[in-house]
Design a binder for this molecule. Structure first.
Ligand code: NDP
Length: 440
């Protein structure tokens, strides 16, 4: 039985590796070899990665692919995508090429407002707290001036501070609900620093506030933290074309295709089981760009799914309609992104990916990501309502199966040619490989 360890973080990297492989893997020598095989040969680059997190032993990397031909607001982009799932980059590229000839994608940034809250307990009436809030609000702003100076010079900063009475949900619970403009930064550090200063000022001013009773003076601070729910940091991306131009498949007419697309979106709007998978497909596109640009995928994921449930039922993030013979397909999605701060300038590949995207502002990156999500969803739903997704998916999966089974380049070529006319199944590919290997 493995014993708990104390002081793990103080061990050297080699000692950490020895401890983990000896205590948790069945073949320590082999495990150590795997860990070391993923180290970067450039020791400076490896040191950079080691220092991103704590207790680093190796790197787990993902393929980085490029989806070219995205025409977004008249500009042509090649989008870097970091993702392990086959078919995603191919589907995005296919959708980009399809819409390239139809005017491309049009986007609008609907808002860039971020949110943070100071949560506290106040044992007194709302009226008395509200009077104190009116008194303290200018001080809250004054005492954060050193933090907000450069953000304000960039055109951002604190937008508003509001007192919210939450006592209907939880006894004596109030909050400062604060909004921010963080320009090209995702803003976690800026927002959290402002919130912690608000909390300090709130607490100390309450202690001195003459009109409070003894009990009211003792505001109990619970926490100060940004929210990843950003319904007003919103971007819209859309495509449209006359129905007759939707020549997606030889098996369905453009009119039937358009109607099926609209029906599929209607289903994802009313049926949460479908909506979750529908939105997962959208996030295939978005997460891949979030990762490639060093943004925080947990923050984006949490915010997006909360937004998908904003009306009380988890629903589709994309919309479709046919009006006067025009098919329109669009997405509205909250995205709190940064093109400065975090990993953006620190990780050499992230820096290069941002350069490939022409060093976008955070607003431009919002537009690009919304498009990646919309394109991905268009490709997935188009396949679903026509051929089904397995045909394309299994073709890509074929390569993974062959790699997993150590196929040589010659074997790969032969098997790929066999499966040009056959349905790809895991067992089928293994059998074909086995047959091939039995041949003299
Ligand atoms: P940083 O603090 O690394 O960088 C942002 C700072 O860069 C700004 O505050 C600003 O500081 C400066 N800056 C320089 N140029 C600009 C510009 N053009 N626009 C805006 N700011 C600029 O990053 P973030 O605060 O954005 O934080 C992102 C990181 O926080 C991510 O890695 C995320 O994972 C992590 N995080 C996320 C949390 C969450 O989502 N719940 C919680 C905590 C951390 P100045 O004004 O002083 O110059």
């Amino acid at each position: 039985m493995t014993k708990p360890i104390s002081g793990f973080s103080k061990l050297s990297k080699e000692e950490k590796i020895d401890w983990i492989v000896n205590n948790y893997t069945h073949n320590p020598e082999q495990s150590k070899h795997v860990i070391e095989a993923y180290w970067n040969s450039d020791s400076q680059l490896q040191k950079l990665h080691d220092e991103f997190i704590e207790n680093t032993i190796s790197n787990l990397y993902m393929p980085l692919g490029i989806a070219p031909n995205f025409l977004i607001d008249e500009k042509l982009y090649a989008i870097p995508m970091a993702i392990e799932e086959s078919s995603v980059v191919a589907a995005a590229s296919k959708a980009a090429k399809f819409w390239l000839k139809k005017g491309g994608f049009k986007t609008t940034v609907l808002g860039t407002e971020k949110v943070g809250q100071v949560h506290f307990i106040f044992k007194g009436s709302y009226t008395s707290l509200s009077q104190f809030f009116d008194f303290v609000k200018p001080k809250l702003l004054l005492e954060t001036e050193s933090l907000t100076k450069s953000m304000s010079e960039r055109g951002g900063g604190i937008l508003n501070i509001e007192l919210r009475d939450k006592t209907a949900d939880l006894e004596n619970y109030f909050q400062l609900h604060c909004t921010f403009d963080t320009q090209d930064a995702m803003g976690a550090n800026f927002i959290n620093s402002c919130l912690e200063q608000f909390a300090t000022t709130l607490k100390s001013e309450a202690l001195k506030y003459a009109s409070f009773t003894e009990e009211e003076r003792n505001i109990e601070l619970i926490m100060s933290i940004l929210s990843n729910y950003v319904p007003n940091c919103l971007v819209r991306a859309e495509v449209s074309c006359p129905i007759e131009e939707l020549n997606i498949s030889t098996e369905v007419s453009p009119k039937t295709f358009a109607e099926k697309m609209v029906r599929a979106i209607e289903i994802a709007k009313v049926e949460p089981y479908r909506a979750v998978t529908h939105n997962k497909g959208i996030m295939n596109g978005i997460d891949a760009v979030v990762l490639a640009t060093g943004n925080d995928f947990r923050a984006v994921e949490a915010g997006v799914h909360a937004y998908a449930s904003k009306n009380g039922r988890y629903s589709s993030l994309t919309h479709a309609e046919i009006t006067n013979g025009i098919f329109k397909f669009w997405i509205e999605i909250p995205l709190a992104l940064g093109t400065v701060g975090g990993l953006t300038k620190l990780h050499p590949l992230v820096k290069m990916n941002l350069e490939i995207l022409r060093n976008p502002s955070a607003k431009e990156l919002m537009r690009i990501m919304a498009v990646a999500g919309l394109a991905q969803n268009f490709a997935a739903v188009s396949s679903l309502v026509t051929t089904g997704i397995q045909k394309g998916h299994m073709k890509m999966h074929l390569m993974n199966i062959l790699n997993q089974n150590g196929a040589t380049e010659e074997e790969k070529a032969k098997i790929i040619s066999i499966f040009k006319t056959q349905t790809v199944t895991h067992r089928g590919v293994l059998n074909a490989l086995e047959d091939l290997r039995k041949q003299p």
